[in-house]
Write a protein that binds this ligand. Structure first.
Ligand SMILES: CSC[C@H]1O[C@H](OP(=O)(O)O)[C@H](O)[C@@H]1O
Length: 378
């Protein structure tokens, strides 16, 4: 199935027809280990355990490719049997993680594709199966293309925003969580804008937050930035406001797991407070996301399901023992304390300066505090 060019950076997903591997992100940055995915059950488990994550693109891509892997080795008597199999597998994949909408948008497209084949008098069951596999495979290339477009639109927007200022030394950006090649099929969304700024020599420095408790920032974004030799500094989540007060940060750029039609955005926990401090310090707060992360059916963010994960992700931490080089899991909080561990929070549209998509940058309606995202724009 050649022809898929995934970004030259780190590959969270390795795929060729009949073979799918995911980079186990629970072991990064210390041990780059690829886990084989041979069934939908494997795909579901990899997503649920967050061995692969990236609320938007990567989760949808891995879920779809795990279906493609099973379809590739299975034969069906007729299209009705194929359709039933696809429906069963997709309804199970829906239960892996609830917040990022890409997964549900992609599942909806695959379901209607499979349903449409039932009435297609030209396509036999084998050709229908192949078209489903090709749809899943095309997502890899599409995602990288989307991310490159997001990168260009986002970097252009910031260059124009600051064109009057003497920013010859480039922009200083703060980003949260991981939105790079480890959250997508390559290049990244918010980190894709940072990569595009860096490529155009318009980037001075990147600050990334640790992003407790999974530490996507300290473990994954820092790993990508160092790998690409992008000048960068890691901060604790609690340091963000002090950073904006004492350093000259030009913008905060984050990803998204679900953007509502009015612009309210669910993203990694800690995003909301970054939007508040960006507003207080008068700097742009950008959301970067492909249109597949937009839920046009939701009027506002109060309707977004927020995943609450196991408290052990807060009370324990995995790290490298510098003595023997082994990965250890350590308890880091008092036994018996209750723990609240929501994976995401919702940033209201009025705190978001612009939403950067593969089709362009969307800003709020004049004199309104909300966006007006419509399906027909994409
Ligand atoms: C490009 S999607 C990245 C998005 O997903 C992350 O969540 P998680 O690591 O739990 O999958 C985070 O919200 C990022 O903005």
């Amino acid at each position: 199935m050649g022809g898929i060019v995934q970004s030259e950076t780190l590959l969270a997903i390795k795929y060729s027809r009949g073979s799918l591997e995911i980079l186990n992100q629970l072991l990064l940055p210390f041990q780059p280990v690829y886990d084989k995915i041979t069934t939908v059950d494997d795909g579901h488990d990899a997503i649920r355990t967050m061995r692969v994550r990236g609320g938007a693109p990567a989760i949808a891509v891995v879920a779809s490719l795990s279906l493609a892997i099973e379809l590739n080795v299975k034969s069906f008597v007729n299209k009705a049997e194929l359709n039933q199999f696809v429906k069963e597998k997709l309804s199970y994949l829906k239960t892996s993680r609830p917040t990022a909408v890409d997964l549900f948008n992609t599942i909806g497209k695959l379901l209607s594709l499979s349903e449409n084949f039932l009435n297609d008098t030209v396509l036999n069951v084998e050709k229908s199966k192949l078209k489903l596999i090709e749809f899943c495979e095309a997502m890899l290339q599409t995602d990288v293309e989307n991310n490159k477009n997001i990168g260009s639109f986002g970097s252009e927007f910031l260059k124009n925003y600051y064109k009057s200022s003497s920013l010859s030394e480039g922009l200083t950006i703060l980003t949260h969580c991981n939105t790079g090649s480890l959250a997508t099929a390559g290049w990244g969304t918010a980190l894709g804008i940072i990569r595009s700024l860096n490529e155009a020599k318009n980037l001075s420095h990147v600050y990334c937050t640790e992003t407790r408790p999974y530490n996507q920032g300290g473990r994954l974004t820092a790993y990508e930035l160092v790998y690409e030799k992008i000048p960068s500094t890691l901060i604790c989540d609690s340091m963000a406001s002090a950073l904006l007060k004492t350093k000259n940060v030009n913008a905060i750029i984050v990803g998204a797991d679900r953007v509502c039609a009015n612009g309210d955005t669910a993203n990694k926990i800690g995003t909301y407070q970054l939007a508040i401090t960006a507003k207080y310090h008068g700097i742009p707060f950008l959301v970067a996301a492909p249109s597949t992360s937009i839920d046009f059916s939701l009027e506002n963010g109060s309707l977004i399901p927020i995943e609450v994960r196991n408290g052990s992700e807060v009370s324990k931490i995995k790290g490298l023992d510098e003595g023997d080089g082994k990965l250890r899991t350590l308890k880091i909080s008092a036994d018996g304390i209750n723990i609240w561990n929501p994976g995401f929070d919702v940033t209201p549209a009025d705190l978001i300066s612009a939403i950067v998509t593969e089709k362009g940058v969307f800003e709020k309606l004049k004199d309104k505090n909300v966006f007006n995202l419509k399906k027909e724009y994409f």
